[in-house]
Design a binder for this molecule. Structure first.
Ligand code: NA7
Length: 544
């Protein structure tokens, strides 16, 4: 039980998703005393909470899997090309058992506040279970898409029927048989759940504010061309992932869309479409994320695919994105999404034409006077991405500075790993790192290993405190913005830009320069003896 665990440790890890699990294993192996604090009742993070019907990872199982331990890889077999949420949750549980991790994890324990005590050189944490824990280092492994966004619709609390949030789905599942169901939101969560809810519901109404691009997942057995190189040389495959653009081995293309003849465009697009994978379809042309005309080639070909499936031309047009460039919002993978709108009991409401006026006791009232009655409303409305879970904890650093205040104009980090004013506080896949633009498993492993190596190096050098310099942080923020600004990403109202949360500053949150370039930057900082970090401790003051 929690009472038996020490109130004074080297490291506290916040979160027991994949990042927290690997951190615990890694730091324990280095001889640090570690406690992991987790708000949920079990391990899994994202895959613990997002139990909505149809929830799957959109990175293939060959790649969305830990690669740091051949023995772990030997011991686990994925059943499909894309794993379901229950299978990924079982994998997280398997990892916890494989390394005997649960004994150092407090479940049902939320970290509410973290206060840096400069004189003590330690963090003081307060939990929802009213425990006070003192630690040298705090590592936030709280996830990028873990803080649900409020529905922001007038009257949402007045609805008398059942209300569900995709990211807080009930443990036992929900039976919609014979029910009139509304789904609000058409991001990945909506697009994955809508076809399955449609199979049960007597009536399904989808409320779409912005159409998204989605490609058929083509789920089933793992593709042989993916499996073969992994079987042939597992280590080389994992290394190729680490040195790739997005954390999935793929040779970057040199083919420019704008200079390609129509038949080359068509052939390359179709080949990527047939893989049913996100990274290939995001990399059809070298210039597709840089120039509107190249991007529009891909957009129009996806719209053609939508028109080929959806019978009603007006519905097909409503489902066709025209507001954003392909990839500037995360595209979705689906199984039968567009075809669902051919079913007689499924209706699409285009909120750009008829916005929701308010939610009532019985359902949803649209502007223009129409009132719809529902037994259940499903909110698939997304997250306060990348920063939400971090600023939700009351974190106070040096000189009384809170993370929330410091980041009010937008997050500022060095390498997405640390933020000045918050000594000894690390973020795993934080803002300013590739994270959500990459295969999370590869990015998590890289961050965990970098932070673990850093703590070991500090210890070896007799240091107890580390903090980035103002110049290093400003330089990284500038570089990350420069990278984003040469792409089309900032033009979209995406959660990458913080644009989905009213009042959130419009700042591009992840690092777009690539997993490969990012890893080289992190490695170089270490090779140059932690360039851009100030370290101090009993062994003396050091500044780079
Ligand atoms: P997303 O991708 O943020 O999608 C949320 C959806 O909900 C999106 O279509 C939003 O429209 C819509 N939304 C949000 N608020 C409202 C309100 N108030 N009214 C109507 N519609 C609304 O979240 P997901 O959970 O689907 O996916 C998150 C990521 O998880 C995904 O990218 C994958 O990486 C996995 P909008 O586009 O803002 O107009």
């Amino acid at each position: 039980g929690a009472a038996a665990r020490p109130a004074d440790v080297d490291v506290v890890v916040v979160g027991a998703g994949f990042a927290g699990l690997y951190l615990l294993h890694k730091l324990r192996g280095l001889g640090f005393s570690v406690r992991v604090l987790e708000a949920a009742s079990d391990v899994g993070g994202t895959w613990y909470w997002n139990r909505y019907p149809g929830a799957r990872c959109d990175i293939p199982t060959t790649d969305y899997t830990f690669g740091f331990d051949p023995a772990l890889e030997q011991a686990w077999r994925w059943s499909e090309k894309y794993a379901t949420q229950p299978e990924i949750l079982r994998y997280a549980q398997f990892v916890a058992e494989f390394y005997d991790l649960r004994r150092d994890i407090d479940f049902d324990t939320r970290v509410e506040a973290a206060l840096w005590d400069e004189a003590d050189g330690r963090w003081h944490l307060r939990t929802s279970t009213d425990e006070h824990i003192r630690c040298r280092f705090t590592i936030m492994a709280t996830g990028c898409l873990s803080q649900p966004k409020a529905p922001e619709i007038t009257g949402a609390d007045r609805f008398q029927g059942a209300t569900y949030l995709t990211s807080r789905w009930p443990q036992g599942g929900v039976d919609f048989t014979g029910k009139r169901v509304a789904v609000i939101g058409t991001g990945s969560s909506g697009i994955q759940s809508i076809p399955i809810i449609a199979r049960q519901a007597s009536q399904l109404t989808v409320f779409q504010r912005t159409p998204n691009f989605s490609i058929p997942a083509g789920n089933g057995p793992v593709r042989e061309e993916r499996l073969a190189p992994l079987r042939a040389d597992r280590a080389a495959y994992r290394q190729a992932a680490r040195l790739s653009r997005a954390g999935v081995p793929l040779e970057p293309t040199q083919v420019y869309g704008r200079y390609s003849p129509p038949e080359v465009r068509a052939e390359r697009f179709e080949a990527a479409w047939q893989t049913g994978e996100l990274i290939p379809i995001l990399s059809v042309f070298a210039d597709q994320i840089l120039f509107k005309d190249a991007n529009e080639i891909v957009c129009e070909k996806v719209r053609e695919k939508i028109r080929a499936v959806v019978h009603d031309p007006e519905t097909a047009e409503a489902l066709s994105p025209r507001d954003h460039a392909f990839g500037t919002k995360r595209p979705c993978l689906d199984t039968g999404y567009y075809a669902t709108f051919n079913l007689p009991h499924v209706r699409l409401v285009d909120l750009r034409k008829t916005p929701i006026e308010r939610i009532t006791e019985g359902g949803i009232a649209l502007s223009g006077g129409e009132s719809l009655t529902f037994d259940a409303i499903v909110y698939a409305t997304g997250f306060d991405a990348m920063t939400g879970a971090l600023v939700a904890v009351d974190i106070t650093g040096r000189d009384g500075l809170t993370l929330k205040d410091k980041w009010a104009p937008g997050p500022s980090t060095y390498l997405g790993l640390m933020s000045r004013g918050f000594p000894n506080l690390f973020t795993i896949t934080g803002p300013g790192s590739p994270s959500v633009l990459s295969n999370m498993m590869v990015s998590i492993e890289q961050h965990v290993e970098w932070v673990a190596d850093c703590l070991a190096a500090l210890r070896a050098q007799g240091h107890t405190r580390i903090e980035p310099t103002a110049a290093a942080e400003a330089g990284w923020v500038q570089h990350a913005n420069d990278c984003a600004d040469i792409t089309l990403y900032p033009s979209a109202n995406s959660w990458y830009m913080g644009a989905n949360v009213p009042g959130k500053p419009r700042v591009f949150l992840p690092y777009v320069g690539g997993v490969d370039a990012y890893r080289r930057a992190c490695d170089e900082v270490v090779a140059r003896d932690y360039l851009g970090f100030e370290r101090s401790g009993p062994a003396g003051e050091r500044c780079n």
